[in-house]
Design a binder for this molecule. Structure first.
Ligand SMILES: NC(=O)c1ccc[n+]([C@@H]2O[C@H](COP(=O)([O-])OP(=O)(O)OC[C@H]3O[C@@H](n4cnc5c(N)ncnc54)[C@H](OP(=O)(O)O)[C@@H]3O)[C@@H](O)[C@H]2O)c1
Length: 313
């Protein structure tokens, strides 16, 4: 597994990162339940694989189930393996929008307890669009709290992870963050995050691209879902059908093209793929290794939906 520099952090991360929001069992987002045994087995498989990077969040699951299940697997296996990078994110308490300094510290304490670790090297501000740019940057707000945690040596690096680009881009411009994570906005079907990725990598931030399958559509296939980025999107499904037909003509799984679209971009340090069963780890590695002919990339380029149908937020 290839590893890459995470911006200017000095950390090296594998080009694939295990995304763990499905492990929290969120049927509203993904359409299925995931029980604890399956989640723990998935993390066990990840820990034993060449992938050395895992992404979670305080807010995955109403009671932090993603982190607790990761913690369970880590305890079983004797802690974080050498060279493995574990990243989490700070969230308001469920049902609240409190992103105060006190809540950021409490969120981080909860995460460490659930994960059973003393610290994580990388801590993100999660979905700042919930409070907006001004409140994120206000005195006593979450950005100041994260900067303080870093100054106190409680974390090595801080990131901002979110959706709406109108919030992510000004936060990246502050030059406070070491890492940015965007999701669902740089895929076969949507290029809204192109400028963010260009700017962030020019500024020397580590860029993480999450949800290369648009939350599942490009992995499970358009016959199984019409959701893109966790919402009904008939137009995305139709575009995915055209892309799937092109992939089939070349004998390539649509999921391989979707994954490698992100992996082949050198500006992206790591691509965060959501999985919730142990066999997904090997499947992901083989999708990443699949040969994709230049002709197919050209065809997929021509089939890219127009800008007007991207998330563009
Ligand atoms: N704001 C943020 O910080 C933010 C937002 C979005 C995502 N993320 C991170 O990025 C990760 C990825 O996003 P995501 O999980 O929402 O979307 P995704 O990676 O685009 O897709 C995940 C979905 O694809 C399915 N899948 C994965 N590999 C597959 C395969 N080989 N064959 C068939 N289906 C496959 C998964 O199914 P199974 O569950 O059955 O494996 C899951 O339903 C998240 O888990 C999270 O860690 C962060």
């Amino acid at each position: 597994m290839q590893d890459r520099e995470l911006g200017g952090t000095g950390l090296r991360v594998t080009a694939l990162c295990v995304g763990t929001s499905p492990l929290a069992s969120m049927p509203g987002l993904y359409g299925y339940e995931v029980d604890e045994a399956r989640a723990v087995a998935t993390v066990r498989a990840a820990l034993g694989s060449p992938i050395r990077f895992l992404d979670t969040s305080n807010g995955y699951g109403a009671h932090g189930e993603s982190e607790s299940r990761i913690g369970e697997a880590l305890r079983e296996s004797g802690g974080i393996p050498e060279g493995f990078v574990l990243a989490t994110k700070v969230d308001p308490r469920p049902g609240s929008s409190d992103f105060s300094d006190a809540r950021v510290r409490e969120s981080y304490r909860e995460s460490l307890e659930r994960l059973g670790v003393e610290r994580v090297p990388l801590l993100h501000l999660h979905d700042p669009e919930r409070i907006g740019v001004e409140a994120s940057l206000a005195p006593g707000g979450p950005v100041e709290a994260l900067r303080q945690l870093k100054a106190e040596g409680r974390v090595d690096w801080i990131g901002v992870a979110g959706g709406a680009l109108s919030v992510l881009r000004p936060l990246v411009d502050t030059e406070v963050f070491d890492v940015v994570l965007t999701h669902n906005r740089y895929t076969l079907l949507d290029r809204s995050a192109e400028e963010l990725i260009a700017e962030a990598s020019t500024r020397g931030l580590g860029v993480l691209n999450a949800a290369p399958y648009g939350g599942g559509l490009l992995a499970r296939g358009p016959a199984s879902t019409s959701k893109y980025a966790y919402a009904e999107r008939g137009d995305a499904r139709a575009a995915a059908e055209r892309m799937q037909a092109a992939c089939e003509r070349h004998g390539v799984p649509l999921a391989a093209a979707a994954l490698q679209f992100s992996l082949r971009d050198e500006r992206i340090a790591s691509t965060v793929v959501g999985v919730s069963s142990p066999e997904r780890i090997d499947q992901t590695l083989s999708l990443a290794a699949q040969e994709i002919p230049d002709d197919l990339w050209a065809e997929l380029g021509r089939l890219t939906p127009p800008k007007s149908s991207w998330l563009n937020d």
